[in-house]
Design a protein around this ligand. Sequence first.
Ligand code: GDP
Length: 295
Amino acid sequence: MFENLTDRLESTFKKLRGHGRLTEENIQEAMGEVRTALLEADVNFGVVKEFIASVTEKAIGREVLTSLSPGQQVVKVVHDELVELLGSQAEPLKLDGRQPVVIMLAGLQGSGKTTTAAKLAKQLKEKGRAPFLVPADVYRPAAIEQLHVLGEQVGVPVYASTTEQKPVDIARQAVAEARTGHYDTVIIDTAGRLHVDEALMAELQEISRTVPLAEVLFVADAMTGQDAVTVADKFNTDLEITGVVLTKMEGDARGGAALSVKKVTGKPIKFVGVGESVEALEVFHPDRAASRILG
Ligand code: GDP
């Protein structure tokens, strides 16, 4: 996670720390290197521009030039700005509304929705909640079967959807069943396509108009970088997402999606997937991620 960026920034900051005093020129030069490092990490161009302008202004303005350990000060400014870029603080799920609360997972095919649904159910169950998994990908019987297998693995009941049902009816009936079955958290796994597709979006909008959704989590493969951010932006416009889950983060050495998606969509990263097993889902902590980037 973020290894490439960490390696690149390490040499820049080492150089900065090596100076007893810093000149404005030293800072400008370092910021040029940070800029290149971020662009190579596939961070959104506009996000990089804003980030560098803000860090440069603060670094020069904060009397870093006259401070005792100027290099250290610049690193601190970069750290704080990275935390903000990543979302400031961890954003918990909103589960306090009328029970059962409903969480819908949306995203492209292969992004990790079904796996994330099971991982999330497992975490919520361990926290003492009573989750109910709902497969609503009626186009791929294998996806329904996959959620049944995962549900069994994590010990969470799964609604008996069939491919003859409409996704919106599945959602409505599953919520009714959750109510009678005393489940407090419904997790709906929706269909995905290879590309953003108007029919799919209409289907998701219909679900969101029919059942009250506490969370609409957009799930994306972090390895797809800026494509993930573009698709997140589209889903947010059409569907009003409440947060993002970035999967396959453990294999993403660059981190471009993680560093751009909050700024571009305004919606926080709530979880990251860090492996294929049902345990491999972590709450996203911007401060820890920033510290990790800075090594
Ligand atoms: P869906 O089509 O969006 O439902 O995607 P799936 O849940 O079926 O996931 C697609 C593939 O990605 C599967 O092989 C998953 O095991 C894998 N996957 C999901 N999340 C992660 C993750 O965080 N890390 C890794 N390495 N693989 C993941």
